[in-house]
Design a protein around this ligand. Structure first.
Ligand code: FAD
Length: 419
């Protein structure tokens, strides 16, 4: 049971606060000033950094921890994504890891005492040619062999499940596959829930604290340099998403990552129209409908490297065209917002997790376009790894060493489109 279930959040207390104008409403979390030393420092207050800190404190009893963020917690990709969660991966190592993450998501609202609005509405992949269908059949078989739920859908099934879907679009739909346990979970809630729970366990959450370098002695990390002074620590975890290679270089590490903008947009809200998460690798778009009624649309990343958090106009246009191709009814809606985040993509599109050649420096990077679904298992396994100074068995395959050995975990086709 989370330590958050205390009197301040009880029903009588809620009523009292409502009647007294919330004057003595306790802050949900404690923002801290940085101390001069910690047992562990996590760089990056996104979902991965916060979850790692939470599990370190909760499961491994390490309480003298800081999460440092150069801005505000949750303002990176963890607060900018399209919220898709799923575990239908092809390779066994990915499947085990992402399935663990989905299982954790299934119990996370209870563990963190925070409604994450997990909606397992089903995540559907569309096939637009006989070859697409063959690929889906092979993937579905592999996923089932991995012990994860997946099944094939006929055109008639799709027509029944999504009545507004244009089955006779430019590349007519030939069938599909579904993971029923896939869906979406509210991204801000995931960040705030982990932040609140970590804070309640004594973790220092430090905003506006940019890590600018590392202090190293005899190949071991001894601290970090920040815009607010030096912090001594024997353990540092890098969880800074699109800025991983920039920061790792300051510790002498070259990471095989390309950083580029990934964008998404939402339409004005409408009544329920789209009932599942829908993905079309061929037309290159994915869509879902938020609880507020907005249609959330995403597609591929920009095709050039950049740290400008905007997203290019050609991709925006392509995403909108593709969405209307699948759901012509969307052509009558206005786009309300568009935004982007910087994602770091590895050569095999799988994450890079675990130890590094610098002793005491751990890494959680390469999450690319799909690391939101991995936040619970990413935090759980990185915490174990830091506590034991050894890679957790679920992440051994994702070590940096695979780029030297050649044992890549190629999941480029896992989604077909970024998400
Ligand atoms: C448009 C879009 C859609 C996406 N859709 C999905 C999806 O549907 N499903 C899915 O699974 N994934 C999705 N993703 C990917 C997912 O959002 C990311 O993989 C995930 O959020 C990464 O989490 P993180 O904690 O590693 O990084 P972040 O949440 O980005 O956190 C990193 C933090 O590090 C901080 N930081 C950076 N440099 C420094 C420094 N020098 N010092 C201190 N702090 C620093 C940043 O301020 C930031 O807060 C999407 C991404 C985008 C951009």
């Amino acid at each position: 049971m989370s330590g958050l279930r205390h009197a301040a959040y009880s029903f009588p207390a809620l009523v009292r606060h409502a009647l007294t104008g919330h004057r003595r409403w306790p802050p949900a979390l404690r923002l801290a000033e940085p101390k001069s030393a910690y047992d562990a420092v996590i760089i990056g207050g996104g979902g991965h950094g916060l979850a790692t800190a939470y599990f370190l404190a909760r499961r491994h009893g390490m309480r003298n921890i800081a999460v440092l963020d150069k801005g505000a917690i949750g303002h990176g990709n963890s607060g900018r994504n399209t919220q898709v969660v799923r575990s239908d991966y092809f390779h066994r190592s990915s499947s085990r890891f992402f399935e663990r993450s989905l299982q954790l998501y299934e119990g996370l609202s209870r563990e963190l005492n925070y409604n994450l609005m997990l909606s397992q509405r089903g995540k559907i992949n569309l096939a637009h040619s006989p070859h697409d269908l063959e690929v889906l059949r092979r993937a579905t078989n592999a996923i089932r062999m991995n012990g994860v739920d997946a099944e094939l859908l006929s055109v008639a099934d799709l027509g029944r499940l999504e009545p507004a879907l244009n089955l006779r679009c430019r590349y007519p739909i030939e069938g599909g596959s579904v993971q029923w346990r896939g869906g979406i979970a509210r991204h801000d809630a995931v960040v705030w829930a982990f932040a609140r729970a970590a804070s309640a366990l004594g973790v220092d959450l430090v905003q506006d604290c940019e890590v600018t370098g590392f202090t190293l002695e005899c190949g071991r990390v001894t601290g970090v340099e920040t815009n607010r002074g030096r912090i001594a620590t024997p353990r540092v975890c890098l969880a800074v998403a699109g800025h991983s290679s920039v920061l790792a270089r300051r510790a002498g590490l070259a990471l095989p990552l390309a950083s580029m903008a990934l964008q998404a947009m939402v339409t004005e809200p409408v009544k329920p129209l789209l009932h599942h998460v829908l993905i079309s690798p061929a037309i290159h778009v994915y869509l879902s409908q938020s609880d507020r009624g907005e249609v959330v649309i995403g597609g591929g990343a920009d095709v050039y490297n950049s740290y400008a958090q905007r997203g290019g106009l050609p991709i925006l246009e392509a995403n909108a065209q593709a969405a209307v191709e699948l759901f012509p009814v969307l052509g009558r809606l206005r786009v309300m917002r568009q935004w982007a985040g910087i994602v770091d993509i590895s050569p095999d599109t799988s994450p890079i997790m675990g130890l590094t050649p610098v002793a005491g420096l751990y890494i959680s990077a390469g999450w690319g376009t799909g690391g939101y679904k991995a936040i619970p298992a990413g935090g759980e396994t990185m915490a174990w790894t830091i506590a034991h100074d050894r890679a957790h068995e679920l992440i051994v395959a994702f070590g940096l060493g695979r780029f030297a050995s050649g044992a890549l975990v190629d999941e480029g086709a896992a989604s077909g489109v970024a998400h």
